[in-house]
Design a protein around this ligand. Structure first.
Ligand code: CUA
Length: 302
């Protein structure tokens, strides 16, 4: 039976070897300890004796643990090393992580919220963080790698079984860390090609909503009136808000200026009741034209 990825067998093997060694010693040491407690209890040996020097024992408990650690290192290393060696014919997908969502960018710049890949073709993920540390974790494939802001990192895998597999973020990245979920969908080559031609980057969503989704805005701003991390988008256009500017309260009306300013300098006028320091500036990410499209969409959320 094929495993979900090429790394499953090796990682599981080294895991079970290390687990086996650990369990053996846990049981062994606990049993010895209990035996000592009984054997040398006070009523049996009222006077404590100091035992010193046993060369055979000293050598044994130096050599055996050293060998065991080397065995664990051997299996760990031989399974880890191939994870850093990407096959030349790998298909490259950029994995973007940001507070708090994933998006996957294909060779021509089109993006998907899920990672869709063809069966039996190696995939290299270039890991890009837009803000803080994240970690892309696909348990079924036995792979996990950090996304470090400002540093190029990567991971790769060979999908060996058609199916859907969870993607998690495995590095605490703030309030909505546990909502940073996605999926890998492994399709047959034919299904993948159809998806790539017809579905990738296509959406029935209005352009403004697509921009909001792509930049993970909706992880913090709801559309149904719920307050998450930031104010809700429901009814936001034209709403009067009390904001804190340089520590002073003032009332504003949400208009184009305010929205643009809030996207480019989120901490300048924070709506009363919300915390500063929760949002990064999108000055280099969202253009003014895109903000116009966002506003068109926000107007519909009344
Ligand atoms: Cu991203 Cu936790």
């Amino acid at each position: 039976m094929n495993q979900a990825s090429n790394f499953v067998e090796g990682v599981d093997l080294s895991f079970y070897i290390i687990l086996g060694i650990s369990v053996f010693f846990l049981v062994g040491i606990t049993a010895t300890m209990i035996w000592f407690v009984v054997r040398y209890r006070k009523s049996k040996s009222p006077k404590a004796k100091n035992i010193e020097g046993n060369n055979k024992l000293e050598i044994l408990w130096t050599v055996i643990p050293t060998l065991l650690v080397l065995v664990m290192f051997y299996y760990g290393w031989t399974e880890y090393e191939p994870m850093r060696k990407v096959p030349k014919d790998a298909m490259v997908v950029k994995a973007h992580g940001q507070m708090w969502s994933w998006s996957f960018e294909y060779d021509d710049g089109r993006r998907s919220e899920e990672l869709v890949v063809p069966l039996n073709k190696p995939v290299k993920l270039e890991l890009i963080s837009h803000d803080v540390l994240h970690s892309l974790y696909i348990p079924a494939f036995r792979i996990k790698e950090d996304l470090v802001p400002g540093k190029d990192n990567y991971m790769w895998f060979l999908p060996q079984k058609v199916g859907e597999y969870d993607i998690f973020c495995a590095e605490y990245c703030g309030e909505r860390h546990s909502y940073m979920l996605s999926m890998v969908r492994v399709l047959t080559e034919q299904e993948y090609n159809t998806w790539y031609e017809e579905k990738l980057g296509k959406s029935d969503d209005p352009p403004g909503l697509q921009i909001l989704k792509q930049n993970a805005c909706l992880s913090c701003h709801s559309r149904d009136g719920t307050e998450i991390v930031g104010p809700t988008f429901k009814g936001i256009w034209g709403r009067n808000e009390v904001v804190i500017t340089d520590g002073e309260e003032r009332e504003i009306t949400v208009d184009k200026d305010y929205i643009l300013h809030s996207i480019y300098e989120p901490d300048a006028d924070v709506v009363k009741g919300f915390n500063a320091g929760q949002m990064i500036s999108y000055k280099n990410t969202i253009s003014e034209e895109q903000i116009d499209q966002i506003i068109e969409y926000l107007k519909t959320l009344q």
